[in-house]
Structures are given as structure tokens and as C-alpha cells.
Write a protein that binds this ligand. Structure first.
Ligand code: PHE
Length: 310
């Protein structure tokens, strides 16, 4: 203990200033304190060196590995979103975002879904409770243009982007959508979609197919095949359902098609001048396929034994 500065040194200096008669007693006290500190210090040094540990916890074994603090990690769906974003980014698709609480214009009207379409049924959507008038009745009914809902599809973001910018457009949007489905192994009232939108001139179904094939090859592997089945969506024409052949089975991952001229008209584009495609794929389904997850509810159970595997 050769330090030149410190509280003990300061006290030692103070010895000079006290009564001569008191000096021997004060000096002795100081020495006692010094040697107590020294021996405590040496004892601690020995313990650390693995030597004599008498006086410390006899059950302490410094050679055992420590307990790791539990840090937590990123949820598998968030990991999947980053992965999909990265793959699509390499094909030039930028990320766009939109709100989860939407109005019927973005969720339905601009997407060419008319008032009487079954997709707008209050029982198939999460409409938000609206302010009640003083009589206690809800002032807005579910079908009203003013009432808001939790978006049922990320296609709303197509509209938001096209209202905002002019073509060429190449975006994806990954986010939550909500539908009042009873939860089972493949359904959950909240899930995620990856929406894609490409608008330019002379865009064809071949472009759509190529983008989706390259995507599937990157996410699921080189041996994936893609299949389009004719289908119907109000906002695309023609419309298809998208299947990937993976490990010997065809699995449906979502919908796609060429943007309907009515949608272009709704956002103020000239349908004679521009063309484009859109697709919407289920993020949980992609994640589950890749990781061999068989029950979507596991993703949202909060069960750490499940989540820790990813
Ligand atoms: N929005 C459709 C759905 O949720 C999917 C889709 C997106 C279809 C884009 C065509 C084009 O089912």
C-alpha cells in the first residue's frame, strides 16, 4: 500500500498538528487501522487467487461458470419481417408504412370494394366503437364512411403510397392486420401481411411471377416452385392465389394480381398510362413454413419455452 494520496495519508499528515501528549496514542490508533486494512486487503487478494478462503463464503467456488443474465431476444415474427425486408430490398423494394386503424375509404372504397361487398360485413371486421350521442346510441353505424376499423389487409398501404407519390413505385409494407377469426392452428385474429406494390409502365404478370419466385427462392430455398391459381380480388384484375411448392406440397401463401384500373382512378392515376402489380403474403405462414411451426398460436402465447428456440 504505497499510495501517496488517500484518506489515511491525509490523517497521517494531521498528526503533525496535534498535542504532543496525544501523539503516541493517535499514532498507535492510526497504525492499528492501517494494519487492519492491510490484512483485509491481503485476505481478499488471496481469496481472489483461489488460495485460503477462510472467513469468506465457504460454498463460493470461483472456478464455476457464472449465471448468465437472461437478456431476451427478438420475436420470431419480427426476425421474419427483417429477413423479408432484406430479401425484397435486394430487388429494389423500399419499405412503406400505414396505420393499423384505418378508415373505410382506404380499407375498402379506394380498393374497389363496394358498400354491399361481404368483405365489409361488420361481423368480418373490427370496427371501432364510436363516440355515443347523449341518448346513449352509437352515432355512427358500422357501414358508415366515417367509422374507423382495424385494417383487415395491408392493401390499404397501396392506396396511401399511390396518393402520396407518382410512379415508378416499388414498395413493400409489412404489418399487422386484424380479422375476427376464431383462433386455431392456422388462424389468429391478428396476423401480419407483406404487401408488395410495383407501378410503372408496361408491367406484366410475368414480372409479378418473377419477383415472387425470386423472393420464394431466397426465403424458402432454390428448389421452390410457384403456381398461380385464378382467383378474385376487387382491387386486382386478373387476380391469382399464390402457391409455393415446397418439400413436395403446394401451399397457399396469399393473393396477387394486376392493379385494377378503378384503383388507379381512385388515387388519381391515369389507368391508360400506368400498369402495376400487387401481392399480399401471410408473414406467419412464411415463418411457420420455414421454421416448421405447426400452430400459429404458439407465436403469440408468450411461452418462453417456445420463443427461446428462435
Ligand atoms: N389483400 C388481399 C388479402 O388480404 C391479398 C392481396 C394483396 C391480393 C394484393 C391481391 C393483391 O387477402
Amino acid at each position: 500500500m504505497g499510495a501517496k494520496k488517500g484518506q489515511l495519508k491525509d490523517i497521517q499528515k494531521m498528526l503533525g498538528g496535534i498535542e504532543k501528549a496525544d501523539k503516541p496514542a493517535a499514532g498507535a490508533k492510526l497504525n492499528a487501522v492501517k494494519s487492519a486494512i492491510n490484512s483485509a486487503f491481503e485476505g481478499a487478494q488471496q481469496n481472489l487467487a483461489g488460495g485460503d478462503d477462510s472467513g469468506s463464503d465457504p460454498t463460493f467456488d470461483p472456478t464455476l461458470p457464472g449465471t448468465r443474465p437472461s437478456l431476451g431476444h427478438i420475436h420470431p415474427i419480427t426476425q421474419t419481417i427483417s429477413h423479408l425486408t432484406e430479401i425484397m430490398g435486394r430487388m429494389g423494394f423500399e419499405v412503406a408504412e400505414g396505420p393499423e386503424v384505418e378508415d373505410p375509404w382506404h380499407n375498402f372504397v379506394a380498393l374497389n370494394i363496394p358498400e354491399d361487398h361481404p368483405a365489409r360485413d361488420p361481423l368480418d371486421n373490427f370496427y371501432l366503437a364510436t363516440a355515443k350521442d347523449p341518448s346513449g346510441k352509437s352515432s355512427v353505424s358500422a357501414g358508415d364512411e366515417g367509422s374507423q376499423l382495424l385494417r383487415s389487409q395491408t392493401s390499404t398501404v397501396q392506396i396511401r403510397v399511390m396518393k402520396e407519390v407518382q410512379p415508378p413505385i416499388r414498395i413493400i409494407s409489412l404489418g399487422r392486420v386484424y380479422r375476427p377469426d376464431a383462433p386455431d392452428a392456422t388462424h389468429f385474429p391478428m396476423f401480419h401481411q407483406m404487401e408488395g406494390l410495383l407501378v410503372d409502365t408496361n408491367v406484366t404478370m410475368a414480372n409479378l411471377k418473377t419477383v415472387l419466385r425470386v423472393f420464394a427462392n431466397n426465403y424458402l430455398g432454390e428448389d421452390v416452385e410457384i403456381r398461380f391459381r385464378p382467383s378474385f380480388f376487387p382491387f386486382t384484375e386478373p387476380s391469382v392465389e399464390v402457391d409455393f411448392l415446397w418439400n413436395g406440397t403446394w401451399i397457399e401463401f396469399g393473393g396477387a394480381g394486376m392493379i385494377d384500373p378503378n384503383v388507379f382512378a381512385a388515387v388519381g392515376y391515369d389507368p391508360e398510362k400506368v400498369s402495376g402489380f400487387a401481392f399480399g403474403l401471410g408473414v406467419e405462414r412464411l415463418c411457420m413454413r420455414r421454421h416448421g411451426i405447426t400452430d400459429i398460436r404458439d407465436l403469440y402465447s408468450g411461452d418462453l419455452r417456445f420463443l427461446k428456440q428462435f
